[in-house]
Design a protein around this ligand. Structure first.
Ligand SMILES: Cc1cc2nc3c(=O)[nH]c(=O)nc-3n(C[C@H](O)[C@H](O)[C@H](O)COP(=O)(O)OP(=O)(O)OC[C@H]3O[C@@H](n4cnc5c(N)ncnc54)[C@H](O)[C@@H]3O)c2cc1C
Length: 385
């Protein structure tokens, strides 16, 4: 994207978030819903399709451009980002990475405009960190596939128009082989969505179970067509790597906001007749959080660069997600500490961010799974050398 156009996009998103969304954060948390007016504005601003190529109506941001947008999004409730996170991220990328020309032409313009919301259905009750053990099964029947199984914690499924369902198509293939991805429209008979999950935080972002009971889809519902049969896991891995870099950048944005809240409070709050900002032990907490946030920003920008040039699309995103999700947890914890008792109270921003931040260490691969990916890459390279 032309640098001046990108600057305009970033400026308008920053302005929208700080003037329109931040004042609504407490209401979104309390009522567990993002107001329709905000959803409509996100669609108008192109936020449902910032990673989707321009030929399909999206903004077509590179990873280096996208992370700068995600720094802005991280400033406010992650429920905002979650509205369009699946279209730009894990679900939309399934089509970008593995879709046929026809599938891209049919779905990507609708995803980019926000007319359609997509979900990514990989996790199951007994297949989380190791999705290769998934048991949802699709069986070929003439020109159709018949899918049976259940998915767990699927983001945006309560509002999804289409779900990218990962199912085993070759029951005897070992591990992650023999898995395919299916485009399943919401209104397909046999597809049902469970009640919304009651989560710890990130209220306004919804997840639920997805049940598939003899769901029949045509043969061309396989992402990638006939060539995509049994190749869904590779696509999932690519989508998750991209998603991890995006989430790392969101964590940096949230850390910046937490530093801002910490500094503002330390300036105002007085003990013993002077602002707590004058106490060196409080300054130490602030300094550690500023340092953490800066380290995260540097890591994300460098990782985006090597993602864009193709030199590291696996270990780098895992390292960025691992460091930044742990980092924002530390920053949120210090922010609560600097707020004292107030930091433990509902209605205080840092209390909410403390709950919201916790999820980043869990979804799209836990911290332990990122460690496994990073170590496997480093040790594999060493073994080959
Ligand atoms: C709010 C929310 C939204 C989500 N959205 C989606 C979505 O849209 N689509 C989707 O498909 N999934 C989604 N998920 C699922 C999410 O990706 C999984 O919860 C996550 O990958 C962890 O899987 P699990 O919950 O089964 O935990 P488990 O895999 O059971 O892990 C439990 C613990 O064991 C550790 N562990 C597991 N395996 C290993 C290992 N090999 N080495 C070391 N430690 C290990 C884990 O790190 C963790 O500490 C979402 C989850 C949540 C909470």
């Amino acid at each position: 994207m032309d640098p001046s156009v990108l600057t305009d996009v970033l400026d308008s998103v920053r302005d929208f978030i700080r003037t329109e969304v931040v004042p609504l954060e407490e209401t979104i948390d309390a009522e567990d819903v993002v107001p329709e007016r905000i959803v409509a504005q996100c669609k108008e601003m192109g936020l449902y399709g910032f990673t989707i190529p321009e030929q399909y109506g999206g903004l077509g941001l590179t990873a280096s451009e996208e992370v700068r947008l995600a720094f802005e999004l991280g400033w406010t409730t992650p429920a905002l980002r979650s509205l369009f996170g699946t279209n730009n991220g894990i679900a939309g990328h399934v089509l970008l990475e593995g879709g046929t020309a026809e599938q891209k032409a049919q779905w990507l313009p609708q995803l980019a405009s926000g007319e359609v919301t997509a979900s990514f259905g990989l996790t199951e009750a007994d297949a989380g960190s190791d999705p290769s053990s998934l048991t949802t099964r699709a069986v070929r029947d003439g020109d159709s596939w018949v899918i049976n199984g259940s998915k767990r914690y699927i983001t945006n499924s309560p509002v999804a128009d289409v779900i990218m369902v990962f199912a085993r198509t070759a029951p005897d293939a070992p591990g992650n082989r023999g898995i395919s991805t299916f485009l399943v429209p919401r209104d397909t008979p046999g597809l049902s969505i469970g009640p919304k999950d009651h989560k710890m935080g990130q209220f306004g972002a919804w997840t639920a179970d997805v049940h598939l009971d003899d769901v029949r889809v045509p043969a061309d519902a396989v992402v990638g067509g006939e060539d995509g049969v049994d190749k869904g896991f590779l696509t999932a891995a690519k989508c998750l790597a991209h998603g991890r870099l995006h989430l790392a950048a969101v964590c940096v944005g949230m850390a910046d906001r937490l530093v801002h809240e910490t500094v503002e409070y330390a300036k105002e709050r007085e003990q013993g007749g002077k602002p707590i900002a004058r106490f060196q032990l409080v300054q130490g907490l602030v300094a550690d959080s500023v340092t953490d946030a800066r380290a995260g920003r540097g890591l994300v920008l460098d990782t985006a660069r090597t993602f864009d040039d193709g030199s590291d699309m696996v270990s780098g995103p895992a390292a960025a997600k691992y460091f930044c999700s742990e980092m924002v947890g530390r920053v949120a914890d210090r922010a609560v500490q600097v707020h004292g008792g107030a930091g433990y109270m509902r209605g205080v921003a840092v209390e909410r961010f403390f709950r919201d931040a916790r999820l980043f260490r869990i979804y799209e691969g836990t911290s332990q799974i990122q460690q496994v990916i990073i170590a496997r890459d480093a040790l594999g390279k060493a073994a080959r050398a």
